[in-house]
Design a protein around this ligand. Structure first.
Ligand code: PLP
Length: 444
Protein backbone atom coordinates (compact mmCIF):
# COMPACT_ATOMS: atom_id res chain seq x y z
CA UNK A 1 0.00 0.00 0.00
CA UNK A 2 1.55 3.32 -1.08
CA UNK A 3 -0.53 5.41 1.23
CA UNK A 4 -3.33 4.97 3.72
CA UNK A 5 -6.69 6.70 3.78
CA UNK A 6 -7.55 5.31 7.20
CA UNK A 7 -7.11 7.42 10.33
CA UNK A 8 -5.46 5.03 12.79
CA UNK A 9 -4.61 5.75 16.46
CA UNK A 10 -1.01 6.87 15.74
CA UNK A 11 -0.68 8.39 12.28
CA UNK A 12 3.00 7.54 11.88
CA UNK A 13 2.85 4.02 13.25
CA UNK A 14 3.21 0.99 11.00
CA UNK A 15 0.45 -1.37 12.14
CA UNK A 16 0.62 -5.06 11.27
CA UNK A 17 -2.27 -6.14 9.05
CA UNK A 18 -4.46 -8.78 10.68
CA UNK A 19 -5.21 -11.99 8.82
CA UNK A 20 -7.23 -14.17 11.20
CA UNK A 21 -7.75 -15.16 14.81
CA UNK A 22 -8.29 -18.49 16.55
CA UNK A 23 -8.79 -18.88 20.31
CA UNK A 24 -6.31 -16.69 22.19
CA UNK A 25 -4.14 -16.18 19.10
CA UNK A 26 -4.14 -13.61 16.31
CA UNK A 27 -2.14 -13.99 13.08
CA UNK A 28 -1.05 -11.13 10.83
CA UNK A 29 -0.63 -11.42 7.06
CA UNK A 30 3.12 -12.06 7.44
CA UNK A 31 2.22 -15.17 9.46
CA UNK A 32 3.39 -13.73 12.80
CA UNK A 33 1.44 -15.12 15.77
CA UNK A 34 0.35 -12.98 18.74
CA UNK A 35 -0.99 -14.26 22.05
CA UNK A 36 -3.85 -11.86 22.75
CA UNK A 37 -3.24 -11.23 26.46
CA UNK A 38 -5.40 -8.08 26.41
CA UNK A 39 -8.43 -9.44 24.50
CA UNK A 40 -7.91 -6.39 22.30
CA UNK A 41 -9.27 -3.63 24.51
CA UNK A 42 -10.47 -6.12 27.18
CA UNK A 43 -13.16 -7.19 24.72
CA UNK A 44 -12.54 -10.59 23.07
CA UNK A 45 -13.73 -12.40 26.21
CA UNK A 46 -14.29 -15.79 24.57
CA UNK A 47 -11.37 -15.59 22.17
CA UNK A 48 -11.31 -15.32 18.41
CA UNK A 49 -13.00 -17.33 15.68
CA UNK A 50 -15.61 -19.11 17.82
CA UNK A 51 -17.79 -21.02 15.33
CA UNK A 52 -21.03 -20.93 17.37
CA UNK A 53 -21.00 -17.13 17.43
CA UNK A 54 -20.37 -16.87 13.71
CA UNK A 55 -23.20 -19.33 13.08
CA UNK A 56 -25.61 -17.38 15.32
CA UNK A 57 -24.66 -14.25 13.38
CA UNK A 58 -25.27 -15.97 10.05
CA UNK A 59 -28.59 -17.48 11.18
CA UNK A 60 -29.83 -14.03 12.17
CA UNK A 61 -28.44 -12.41 9.00
CA UNK A 62 -30.34 -14.91 6.85
CA UNK A 63 -33.59 -13.75 8.48
CA UNK A 64 -33.04 -10.02 9.01
CA UNK A 65 -30.06 -8.00 10.24
CA UNK A 66 -31.66 -4.68 11.00
CA UNK A 67 -34.99 -3.31 12.04
CA UNK A 68 -35.58 0.07 13.59
CA UNK A 69 -36.51 -0.12 17.25
CA UNK A 70 -39.43 2.30 16.90
CA UNK A 71 -40.98 -0.03 14.30
CA UNK A 72 -40.21 -3.58 15.49
CA UNK A 73 -38.84 -5.57 18.38
CA UNK A 74 -37.04 -8.87 17.69
CA UNK A 75 -36.81 -12.29 19.30
CA UNK A 76 -33.03 -11.86 19.60
CA UNK A 77 -33.24 -8.55 21.49
CA UNK A 78 -36.11 -9.76 23.71
CA UNK A 79 -34.30 -13.00 24.60
CA UNK A 80 -31.05 -11.15 25.27
CA UNK A 81 -32.75 -8.69 27.64
CA UNK A 82 -34.46 -11.58 29.46
CA UNK A 83 -31.24 -13.56 29.80
CA UNK A 84 -29.36 -10.52 31.13
CA UNK A 85 -32.14 -9.88 33.68
CA UNK A 86 -31.87 -13.51 34.86
CA UNK A 87 -28.03 -13.52 34.98
CA UNK A 88 -27.52 -10.28 36.90
CA UNK A 89 -28.10 -9.72 40.62
CA UNK A 90 -31.12 -8.02 42.23
CA UNK A 91 -33.78 -6.32 40.15
CA UNK A 92 -31.59 -5.06 37.28
CA UNK A 93 -34.45 -6.24 35.08
CA UNK A 94 -34.46 -3.70 32.27
CA UNK A 95 -31.98 -3.41 29.38
CA UNK A 96 -31.53 -0.52 26.97
CA UNK A 97 -29.27 -1.64 24.10
CA UNK A 98 -26.76 0.69 22.46
CA UNK A 99 -23.59 0.22 20.39
CA UNK A 100 -20.64 1.26 22.56
CA UNK A 101 -19.62 1.65 26.16
CA UNK A 102 -19.63 5.44 25.85
CA UNK A 103 -23.25 5.35 24.73
CA UNK A 104 -24.07 3.01 27.63
CA UNK A 105 -22.65 5.32 30.32
CA UNK A 106 -24.19 8.37 28.71
CA UNK A 107 -27.57 6.62 28.53
CA UNK A 108 -27.23 5.70 32.23
CA UNK A 109 -26.58 9.36 32.98
CA UNK A 110 -29.69 10.41 31.06
CA UNK A 111 -31.93 7.77 32.61
CA UNK A 112 -30.76 8.80 36.10
CA UNK A 113 -31.68 12.42 35.35
CA UNK A 114 -35.01 11.41 33.82
CA UNK A 115 -35.82 9.24 36.86
CA UNK A 116 -35.72 12.31 39.10
CA UNK A 117 -37.60 14.49 36.60
CA UNK A 118 -40.43 11.96 36.50
CA UNK A 119 -40.45 11.99 40.30
CA UNK A 120 -40.96 15.74 40.28
CA UNK A 121 -37.35 16.60 41.20
CA UNK A 122 -36.02 18.23 38.00
CA UNK A 123 -33.15 20.01 39.79
CA UNK A 124 -31.34 16.72 40.37
CA UNK A 125 -29.18 16.77 37.23
CA UNK A 126 -25.50 16.50 38.26
CA UNK A 127 -23.64 13.21 37.93
CA UNK A 128 -20.57 13.07 40.17
CA UNK A 129 -17.63 10.77 39.54
CA UNK A 130 -14.09 9.97 40.70
CA UNK A 131 -10.72 11.10 39.46
CA UNK A 132 -8.61 8.34 37.80
CA UNK A 133 -11.58 6.95 35.88
CA UNK A 134 -12.79 6.49 32.33
CA UNK A 135 -16.41 6.31 31.23
CA UNK A 136 -16.15 6.95 27.49
CA UNK A 137 -15.14 9.34 24.76
CA UNK A 138 -18.37 11.15 23.83
CA UNK A 139 -18.78 14.55 25.48
CA UNK A 140 -21.20 13.43 28.20
CA UNK A 141 -19.20 10.29 29.00
CA UNK A 142 -15.92 12.23 28.87
CA UNK A 143 -17.38 14.81 31.25
CA UNK A 144 -17.85 12.02 33.78
CA UNK A 145 -14.32 10.67 33.17
CA UNK A 146 -11.56 11.62 35.58
CA UNK A 147 -8.88 11.01 32.96
CA UNK A 148 -6.82 14.19 32.52
CA UNK A 149 -5.06 12.96 29.37
CA UNK A 150 -8.29 12.23 27.52
CA UNK A 151 -10.12 15.31 28.85
CA UNK A 152 -7.49 17.99 28.23
CA UNK A 153 -8.29 18.95 24.61
CA UNK A 154 -12.01 19.26 25.31
CA UNK A 155 -12.12 20.75 28.80
CA UNK A 156 -14.10 23.86 27.73
CA UNK A 157 -16.86 21.61 26.42
CA UNK A 158 -17.07 19.36 29.46
CA UNK A 159 -19.43 19.62 32.38
CA UNK A 160 -17.21 19.25 35.44
CA UNK A 161 -18.13 15.90 36.96
CA UNK A 162 -15.10 14.22 38.66
CA UNK A 163 -14.90 15.30 42.28
CA UNK A 164 -13.72 12.53 44.60
CA UNK A 165 -10.49 10.55 44.99
CA UNK A 166 -10.05 7.03 43.67
CA UNK A 167 -9.76 4.02 46.04
CA UNK A 168 -6.13 3.68 44.99
CA UNK A 169 -4.59 1.80 47.93
CA UNK A 170 -1.10 1.51 46.39
CA UNK A 171 -0.98 5.32 46.33
CA UNK A 172 -3.55 6.19 48.97
CA UNK A 173 -4.73 9.76 48.32
CA UNK A 174 -4.95 10.17 52.12
CA UNK A 175 -1.55 8.57 52.86
CA UNK A 176 -3.20 5.82 54.91
CA UNK A 177 -2.69 2.06 55.15
CA UNK A 178 -5.60 -0.12 53.95
CA UNK A 179 -5.92 -1.91 57.33
CA UNK A 180 -6.46 1.28 59.30
CA UNK A 181 -7.64 3.82 56.73
CA UNK A 182 -11.26 4.01 57.87
CA UNK A 183 -12.27 4.15 54.18
CA UNK A 184 -11.62 7.87 53.95
CA UNK A 185 -11.80 7.73 50.15
CA UNK A 186 -15.38 6.41 50.34
CA UNK A 187 -16.38 8.84 53.06
CA UNK A 188 -15.10 11.74 50.96
CA UNK A 189 -18.19 11.17 48.81
CA UNK A 190 -20.44 12.08 51.72
CA UNK A 191 -18.60 15.38 52.14
CA UNK A 192 -18.79 16.07 48.38
CA UNK A 193 -22.54 15.39 48.31
CA UNK A 194 -23.12 17.72 51.26
CA UNK A 195 -20.93 20.48 49.82
CA UNK A 196 -22.48 20.40 46.36
CA UNK A 197 -25.99 19.74 47.60
CA UNK A 198 -27.80 16.42 47.11
CA UNK A 199 -30.85 18.28 45.81
CA UNK A 200 -28.84 19.03 42.64
CA UNK A 201 -27.26 15.55 42.20
CA UNK A 202 -28.88 12.73 40.20
CA UNK A 203 -26.19 10.06 40.44
CA UNK A 204 -22.67 8.93 41.19
CA UNK A 205 -20.81 6.81 38.63
CA UNK A 206 -17.78 4.57 39.23
CA UNK A 207 -16.01 1.64 37.62
CA UNK A 208 -16.05 -1.23 40.18
CA UNK A 209 -12.43 -1.85 39.18
CA UNK A 210 -10.76 1.10 37.46
CA UNK A 211 -9.65 0.02 33.98
CA UNK A 212 -7.35 1.86 31.59
CA UNK A 213 -7.31 5.05 33.69
CA UNK A 214 -5.54 3.33 36.58
CA UNK A 215 -4.48 -0.21 35.67
CA UNK A 216 -7.11 -2.37 37.43
CA UNK A 217 -7.30 -0.38 40.68
CA UNK A 218 -9.34 -2.61 42.99
CA UNK A 219 -11.04 -1.14 46.08
CA UNK A 220 -10.96 -2.95 49.43
CA UNK A 221 -13.73 -5.11 50.90
CA UNK A 222 -16.23 -2.59 52.30
CA UNK A 223 -15.69 0.25 49.85
CA UNK A 224 -18.82 -0.16 47.70
CA UNK A 225 -21.05 -1.01 50.66
CA UNK A 226 -20.11 2.37 52.14
CA UNK A 227 -20.49 4.16 48.77
CA UNK A 228 -23.95 2.63 48.25
CA UNK A 229 -25.05 3.60 51.77
CA UNK A 230 -23.88 7.18 51.25
CA UNK A 231 -25.75 7.36 47.91
CA UNK A 232 -28.94 5.98 49.50
CA UNK A 233 -28.69 8.36 52.46
CA UNK A 234 -28.69 11.35 50.08
CA UNK A 235 -31.19 9.96 47.54
CA UNK A 236 -28.57 9.71 44.80
CA UNK A 237 -28.46 6.85 42.29
CA UNK A 238 -25.35 4.66 42.07
CA UNK A 239 -24.28 3.86 38.50
CA UNK A 240 -21.73 1.06 38.09
CA UNK A 241 -19.74 1.35 34.88
CA UNK A 242 -19.14 -2.32 34.12
CA UNK A 243 -18.20 -1.78 30.47
CA UNK A 244 -14.83 -3.42 31.15
CA UNK A 245 -15.65 -5.58 34.19
CA UNK A 246 -19.07 -6.96 33.18
CA UNK A 247 -19.96 -10.20 31.41
CA UNK A 248 -17.69 -12.37 33.57
CA UNK A 249 -14.31 -10.65 33.25
CA UNK A 250 -13.64 -10.74 37.01
CA UNK A 251 -15.23 -14.14 37.76
CA UNK A 252 -18.80 -12.97 38.35
CA UNK A 253 -21.33 -11.72 35.82
CA UNK A 254 -20.95 -8.20 37.29
CA UNK A 255 -17.89 -7.17 39.28
CA UNK A 256 -20.16 -5.42 41.82
CA UNK A 257 -21.14 -8.88 43.04
CA UNK A 258 -17.71 -9.17 44.72
CA UNK A 259 -18.75 -6.31 47.01
CA UNK A 260 -22.29 -7.66 47.52
CA UNK A 261 -24.13 -4.61 46.19
CA UNK A 262 -26.75 -4.07 43.48
CA UNK A 263 -26.26 -0.74 41.64
CA UNK A 264 -29.26 1.31 40.52
CA UNK A 265 -27.96 1.40 36.95
CA UNK A 266 -25.18 -0.52 35.18
CA UNK A 267 -23.41 0.09 31.90
CA UNK A 268 -22.14 -2.90 29.91
CA UNK A 269 -20.15 -3.12 26.66
CA UNK A 270 -16.89 -4.67 25.46
CA UNK A 271 -17.25 -8.37 26.49
CA UNK A 272 -20.99 -8.29 25.81
CA UNK A 273 -20.49 -8.72 22.08
CA UNK A 274 -16.98 -10.07 22.79
CA UNK A 275 -15.77 -8.23 19.67
CA UNK A 276 -18.11 -10.14 17.33
CA UNK A 277 -20.56 -7.22 17.07
CA UNK A 278 -20.82 -3.70 18.44
CA UNK A 279 -23.30 -3.89 21.30
CA UNK A 280 -23.53 -2.40 24.78
CA UNK A 281 -26.29 -1.88 27.30
CA UNK A 282 -27.60 0.19 30.14
CA UNK A 283 -29.26 -1.94 32.80
CA UNK A 284 -31.90 -0.34 34.98
CA UNK A 285 -33.51 -1.54 38.22
CA UNK A 286 -37.28 -1.74 38.73
CA UNK A 287 -37.05 1.08 41.29
CA UNK A 288 -35.42 3.44 38.77
CA UNK A 289 -37.84 2.48 35.99
CA UNK A 290 -40.96 2.80 38.16
CA UNK A 291 -41.60 6.60 37.84
CA UNK A 292 -40.81 6.43 34.10
CA UNK A 293 -43.30 3.56 33.63
CA UNK A 294 -45.94 5.53 35.51
CA UNK A 295 -44.98 8.84 33.92
CA UNK A 296 -43.91 9.66 30.36
CA UNK A 297 -43.30 5.98 29.44
CA UNK A 298 -40.56 7.07 27.04
CA UNK A 299 -36.81 7.04 27.64
CA UNK A 300 -35.49 10.06 25.87
CA UNK A 301 -32.45 8.43 24.29
CA UNK A 302 -31.58 5.87 21.62
CA UNK A 303 -29.55 5.30 18.50
CA UNK A 304 -30.45 4.15 15.00
CA UNK A 305 -28.78 0.78 15.57
CA UNK A 306 -29.96 0.29 19.19
CA UNK A 307 -31.24 -3.26 19.80
CA UNK A 308 -30.64 -4.33 16.21
CA UNK A 309 -31.31 -8.07 15.78
CA UNK A 310 -27.84 -8.82 14.38
CA UNK A 311 -25.84 -7.53 17.38
CA UNK A 312 -28.46 -8.85 19.81
CA UNK A 313 -28.16 -12.36 18.33
CA UNK A 314 -24.39 -12.19 18.78
CA UNK A 315 -24.55 -11.06 22.42
CA UNK A 316 -27.16 -13.74 23.13
CA UNK A 317 -24.88 -16.38 21.62
CA UNK A 318 -21.96 -15.06 23.72
CA UNK A 319 -24.03 -15.33 26.90
CA UNK A 320 -25.16 -18.85 25.97
CA UNK A 321 -21.53 -19.81 25.23
CA UNK A 322 -20.41 -18.51 28.65
CA UNK A 323 -23.13 -20.56 30.36
CA UNK A 324 -22.75 -23.76 28.34
CA UNK A 325 -18.99 -23.89 28.90
CA UNK A 326 -19.01 -22.69 32.55
CA UNK A 327 -16.60 -19.99 31.46
CA UNK A 328 -17.30 -17.52 34.28
CA UNK A 329 -17.03 -20.21 37.00
CA UNK A 330 -13.45 -20.96 35.95
CA UNK A 331 -12.24 -17.35 35.84
CA UNK A 332 -11.27 -17.04 39.50
CA UNK A 333 -9.00 -20.12 39.45
CA UNK A 334 -7.38 -19.07 36.16
CA UNK A 335 -6.93 -15.51 37.43
CA UNK A 336 -5.31 -16.72 40.66
CA UNK A 337 -2.93 -18.96 38.74
CA UNK A 338 -1.96 -16.12 36.39
CA UNK A 339 -1.62 -13.56 39.18
CA UNK A 340 0.54 -15.88 41.30
CA UNK A 341 2.79 -16.59 38.32
CA UNK A 342 3.12 -12.84 37.68
CA UNK A 343 3.91 -12.17 41.36
CA UNK A 344 6.89 -14.52 41.07
CA UNK A 345 8.35 -12.12 38.47
CA UNK A 346 8.61 -9.36 41.09
CA UNK A 347 12.00 -10.63 42.29
CA UNK A 348 13.37 -10.77 38.73
CA UNK A 349 12.04 -7.34 37.82
CA UNK A 350 12.15 -4.89 40.74
CA UNK A 351 10.41 -2.26 38.60
CA UNK A 352 7.15 -4.19 39.04
CA UNK A 353 5.63 -2.05 41.80
CA UNK A 354 2.13 -3.46 42.24
CA UNK A 355 0.08 -6.34 40.87
CA UNK A 356 -3.68 -5.98 41.38
CA UNK A 357 -7.10 -6.78 39.99
CA UNK A 358 -9.65 -9.58 40.15
CA UNK A 359 -10.24 -12.66 38.03
CA UNK A 360 -8.75 -12.15 34.58
CA UNK A 361 -8.51 -8.36 34.88
CA UNK A 362 -4.99 -7.88 36.21
CA UNK A 363 -3.11 -4.60 36.46
CA UNK A 364 0.63 -4.16 36.85
CA UNK A 365 2.09 -0.80 37.87
CA UNK A 366 5.76 -0.13 37.10
CA UNK A 367 7.88 2.11 39.32
CA UNK A 368 11.38 3.56 39.21
CA UNK A 369 11.89 2.84 42.91
CA UNK A 370 9.84 0.04 44.52
CA UNK A 371 10.63 1.25 48.07
CA UNK A 372 9.48 4.85 47.62
CA UNK A 373 7.01 3.96 44.81
CA UNK A 374 8.53 6.80 42.82
CA UNK A 375 7.29 6.55 39.22
CA UNK A 376 9.67 6.55 36.28
CA UNK A 377 10.07 9.92 34.56
CA UNK A 378 7.23 9.97 32.02
CA UNK A 379 9.71 10.74 29.20
CA UNK A 380 11.09 7.19 29.59
CA UNK A 381 7.75 5.90 28.21
CA UNK A 382 7.96 2.70 30.23
CA UNK A 383 4.38 1.63 29.52
CA UNK A 384 4.86 2.16 25.79
CA UNK A 385 8.19 0.27 25.87
CA UNK A 386 6.66 -2.73 27.67
CA UNK A 387 3.69 -2.86 25.28
CA UNK A 388 5.94 -2.53 22.21
CA UNK A 389 8.49 -5.07 23.39
CA UNK A 390 5.69 -7.51 24.20
CA UNK A 391 4.18 -7.04 20.74
CA UNK A 392 7.62 -7.69 19.20
CA UNK A 393 7.83 -11.05 21.00
CA UNK A 394 4.22 -11.88 20.04
CA UNK A 395 2.25 -10.83 23.13
CA UNK A 396 -0.52 -8.22 23.20
CA UNK A 397 -0.93 -6.11 26.37
CA UNK A 398 -3.28 -3.21 27.17
CA UNK A 399 -1.60 0.08 28.15
CA UNK A 400 -2.99 1.98 31.13
CA UNK A 401 -2.16 5.20 32.91
CA UNK A 402 -1.24 5.38 36.59
CA UNK A 403 -0.10 7.81 39.27
CA UNK A 404 -2.10 10.07 41.57
CA UNK A 405 -2.86 12.43 38.69
CA UNK A 406 -3.73 9.57 36.35
CA UNK A 407 -1.00 10.44 33.88
CA UNK A 408 2.46 10.47 35.45
CA UNK A 409 2.76 6.73 36.14
CA UNK A 410 3.11 3.52 34.14
CA UNK A 411 0.80 0.53 34.11
CA UNK A 412 -0.50 -2.22 31.88
CA UNK A 413 -3.50 -4.51 31.99
CA UNK A 414 -3.29 -8.24 31.35
CA UNK A 415 -6.75 -9.53 30.43
CA UNK A 416 -6.62 -12.57 28.15
CA UNK A 417 -9.79 -14.23 26.82
CA UNK A 418 -11.60 -15.95 29.70
CA UNK A 419 -11.27 -19.19 27.75
CA UNK A 420 -7.46 -19.23 28.05
CA UNK A 421 -6.00 -22.59 29.10
CA UNK A 422 -3.35 -23.30 31.75
CA UNK A 423 -0.78 -24.05 29.06
CA UNK A 424 -1.56 -20.77 27.33
CA UNK A 425 -1.26 -18.88 30.65
CA UNK A 426 2.20 -20.40 31.03
CA UNK A 427 3.12 -19.27 27.52
CA UNK A 428 1.78 -15.77 28.32
CA UNK A 429 4.04 -15.56 31.39
CA UNK A 430 7.05 -16.81 29.38
CA UNK A 431 6.52 -14.19 26.66
CA UNK A 432 5.94 -11.47 29.26
CA UNK A 433 9.19 -12.44 31.03
CA UNK A 434 11.07 -12.20 27.78
CA UNK A 435 9.58 -8.73 27.02
CA UNK A 436 10.36 -7.44 30.54
CA UNK A 437 13.93 -8.77 30.33
CA UNK A 438 14.48 -6.65 27.23
CA UNK A 439 12.83 -3.56 28.77
CA UNK A 440 14.99 -3.98 31.92
CA UNK A 441 18.12 -4.10 29.75
CA UNK A 442 17.02 -0.90 28.00
CA UNK A 443 16.36 0.89 31.28
CA UNK A 444 19.72 -0.06 32.83
N1 PLP B 1 -16.34 2.65 30.40
C1 PLP B 1 -15.25 1.94 30.66
C2 PLP B 1 -14.99 1.46 32.05
C3 PLP B 1 -14.34 1.64 29.64
O1 PLP B 1 -13.22 0.94 29.90
C4 PLP B 1 -14.61 2.10 28.32
C5 PLP B 1 -13.67 1.84 27.21
O2 PLP B 1 -12.52 1.62 27.36
C6 PLP B 1 -15.79 2.85 28.10
C7 PLP B 1 -16.62 3.10 29.16
C8 PLP B 1 -16.12 3.35 26.72
O3 PLP B 1 -16.47 2.28 25.90
P1 PLP B 1 -16.35 2.41 24.30
O4 PLP B 1 -14.92 2.55 23.96
O5 PLP B 1 -16.98 1.14 23.81
O6 PLP B 1 -17.16 3.60 23.92
Amino acid sequence: MDRTYLIKPELDEDYPVIDYGKGVYLFDISGKRYLDASSGAVTANIGHGVEEINEAMMDQAKKVSFVYRSQFTSVAAEKLAEKIALSTPGDLNWSFFVNSGSEATETAMKIAIQHWQEKGRPLKTKILSRWVSYHGITIGALSMSGHPGRRSRFVPLLADFPVVSPPYCYRCPFNKEPKSCGYECAKELDVAFRRIGPESIAGFIAEPIVGAAGGAITPPKDYYRIIKEICEKHDILFIADEVMTGFGRTGTMLACEHWGIVPDLVSLGKGMGAGYAPIAATLVTERVMEPIKKGSKVIMSGHTLSANPQSSAVALAVLEYLEKNNVIEDVEAKGTYLKNSLKKLKTLFPFIGDIRGKGLLIGIEFVGNPKTKQSFPRELNVTERVVKMAKDVGLLLYPATAGEDGKSGDAIIISPPLTITKREIEELVRLFTSALTKVQEELE
